[in-house]
Design a protein around this ligand. Structure first.
Ligand SMILES: [Zn+2]
Length: 79
């Protein structure tokens, strides 16, 4: 019993590894394709897309680069 449990765990671990590898790969591909929906520029070298804004009025996930994105707090602080 001990053996099979260990085996199961090992299998699970390798599945997790594969999943993470796939996940990182697709994230990388996604980030490589990302451009600003306003000025159309891709992120600068080393710039983090996580800091980019999301166009609120759009139904798609339109990203705005740091140059185009104006935080909502500048016009109103309702949120
Ligand atoms: Zn932009």
């Amino acid at each position: 019993m001990k053996f099979s449990r260990k085996f199961k765990r090992k299998k699970l671990l390798s599945h997790k590894k594969t999943f993470m590898k796939e996940f990182r790969r697709s994230m990388k591909e996604f980030k490589a394709k990302v451009v600003c929906s306003q000025c159309g520029r891709p992120p600068h070298e080393g710039e983090k897309i996580d800091n980019w804004g999301i166009k609120q009025e759009s139904e798609n996930l339109d990203l705005l680069c740091l140059d185009c994105y104006v935080p909502a707090g500048d016009t109103n602080n309702e949120i």
